[in-house]
Design a protein around this ligand. Structure first.
Ligand code: AMP
Length: 218
C-alpha cells in the first residue's frame, strides 16, 4: 500500500505520516526533509535550494524526482510508502506514477487534508522542533512540558524554527500550493484515489480516519 498525503503547508501531513509509520510499518518519504538535509550539507546545489526554500518557492521537479527515486531504491523492506509533500505539481505526479509502475507498484490512496488558510497561519507561525529528534511543538498550542527539554527524546540541545515558517514565506507557499499543487486534488479524484479528511479535527481522530481509509482500500 502506497499513499500520498496532500494538503497545504501546516495541514498536519508530517504529523500524520509519523503516526502511520508507527502503526503500519510504512516509510515516510518527505521531500521537504530530504531537501533540508541536502541544504544543510552546504554544497552548491544546497546553497541554491536554501534560497528557494527560505522564500517559500518550489524547488525544480528534476531535483525532487531524483531525490524520491533514490530514496525509493534505498528502502525496499517497508510495507509501503507515505509520500509527504510530494508530488506538488502535475509533472511530479506523472513522474511518480511512472516510477511506481516501473517497480510494479502503484499509488493506492491519496488523502487530502483540508484546512482553512486562516488556521494555517496560526499553526505555522510559532512552530518549532527538537534539534535531535525533530518532534514538532508550537509556542501556544503545544509547548514542551518542561521548558527546554524535548518531551519525546529528552534532549536539552535546543529547538529550531524553520526559516520558511514566517508569515511572508507562508504567503508564497500558500500561493504555490493553490497555483501548482491543488490541481492534484482533481487529478487523483479522477483516478478514484482521493479521500478527503477534515484537517481541523483532533490529531488522533484524523489518524483513525486515515487508518480506516487504508483498511477500506485493502
Ligand atoms: P515541506 O517540508 O513539505 O513544507 O517543504 C518545504 C519546502 O521544500 C517547500 O516550501 C519547497 O520549497 C520545498 N519542497 C518540498 N517538497 C517539494 C516538492 N515536491 N517540489 C518542490 N519543492 C518542494
Amino acid at each position: 500500500m502506497n499513499l500520498i498525503l496532500l494538503g497545504p503547508p501546516g495541514a498536519g501531513k508530517g504529523t500524520q505520516a509519523k503516526l502511520l509509520e508507527q502503526k503500519l510499518n510504512m516509510l515516510q518519504l518527505s521531500t521537504g526533509d530530504m531537501l533540508r538535509a541536502a541544504k544543510d550539507k552546504g554544497s552548491e546545489i544546497g546553497k541554491k535550494i536554501k534560497l528557494i526554500m527560505a522564500e517559500g518557492n518550489l524547488v525544480t521537479d528534476e531535483i525532487v524526482i531524483e531525490l524520491i527515486s533514490e530514496n525509493i531504491d534505498k528502502s525496499s523492506k517497508c510495507a509501503g510508502f507515505i509520500f509527504d509533500g510530494f508530488p506538488r505539481t502535475l509533472y511530479q505526479a506523472d513522474a511518480l506514477s511512472e516510477l511506481m509502475s516501473s517497480k510494479k507498484q502503484s499509488i493506492d490512496l491519496v488523502i487530502e487534508m483540508r484546512v482553512d488558510d486562516s488556521q494555517l497561519i496560526e499553526r505555522i507561525v510559532g512552530r518549532y522542533s527538537c534539534k535531535e529528534c525533530g518532534e514538532v511543538y508550537h509556542k501556544v498550542n503545544r509547548p514542551e512540558q518542561k521548558k527546554g527539554v524535548c518531551d519525546n527524546c529528552k534532549s536539552i540541545n535546543g529547538f529550531i524554527f524553520r526559516e520558511d515558517d514566517t508569515e511572508e514565506a507562508l504567503r508564497t507557499r500558500l500561493f504555490n500550493y493553490y497555483r501548482e499543487t491543488s490541481s492534484l486534488i482533481g487529478y487523483y479524484y479522477a483516478k478514484k484515489k482521493l479521500t478527503m479528511v477534515d484537517g481541523l479535527l483532533p490529531i488522533q481522530t484524523i489518524h483513525d480516519l486515515i487508518y480506516q481509509a487504508t483498511k477500506n482500500n485493502l
